[in-house]
Design a protein around this ligand. Sequence first.
Ligand code: SF4
Length: 370
Amino acid sequence: MLALQEVYVDPSLEASPVVRRIRQGLNHLPWHARADLDHVIQEVISYRADPCGAGKKILLIRPFPGRLVKACPGTTGHICCGYKTINVVTNCPMDCSYCILQGYLNNPCLTLYPDFAKVFGEIEGILERHPHRVFRFGTGELGDSLALDGVVGFAEEAVPFFAAKNNAILELKTKSAEVDHLLALDHKGKTVISWSLNPQQVIEQEEHLAASLDERLAAARRCSDAGYPIGFHFDPLIYYAGWEQDYRGVVDLLFEHINPRRVMWVSLGGLRFPPALKQVAQGRFPCSRIFSGELIPGEDGKLRYIKPVRVQMYQRMVEWLQAYDEGLFIYLCMERGDVWHEVFGNTPVSTVGLNRRFEQRVTSFLEDVR
Ligand code: SF4
């Protein structure tokens, strides 16, 4: 499994069926039962030259006392999409130069919280409290949804769980091509599998250990053929000399593989990151070119391209995407109302407004494909 080298498990979880199954899949690696997993984390932070890189090779399996399903934190002054995040795995075995997880230095290790029954109980509670709303849940906020899932097995339980729900949809967001274990699942169209896309040149320079563009699109095609709704995220969009030709090429390639009618949504988001990330990432990826553009702090303190650059990138992307299907559902990730207005001529006004658009989109898409 990519570069994974060892596994540490809290002894209280060793007998859990989820952990026993994972152990079968990773029985070629050394397993250690350790009650003091914070100690393992501290050792990585204090004694490894590159704690972020070292943490990606270590899997911790531990209990989590708090809630595992949360509202996406969004960002101050920007319209958020109202997503609910499922945090069964944190961190990621891939290694993108711009990844904000590099800034979360309190635990650089891959970490699995294997109490799936608790996750499903929390989701049931949310759905029962709001039976007239339509919710979107996803596992790709603090890591990649599928990079480890062939071993972890969360999707195998989650996809049938969501298939039986009338007011919820699951999104599995990835830069991997690990989809074989999903193809035969009974999803009933209630799971969207989505890929973050970038030009192959950006993938090679900035998205280390991730699948190539061709591999991602081939995996998307297989999932589409298996009946899954598909999503795409052009996030982060990276600005550089020649970006227009490259991104247009990605859009063209995408629709060579995928029928636009199978696409649930496409998001656009310009490169953004907390200032503290820059130093960590530049130290780890000195050849990266993503920090060379003009970036200024937004209301939330994150560095972003200046507004005219963001608007230009979004307008061109929307134009190229809509040339294939005017009805594509395209949204901006973490952008201000004035930027929405310049790109689309309208704005959802608020997170609540964008959420309503998503509810309508999910409902009508599922009716259309039935
Ligand atoms: S795939 Fe996502 S979570 Fe993984 S390193 Fe890249 S940006 Fe971070």
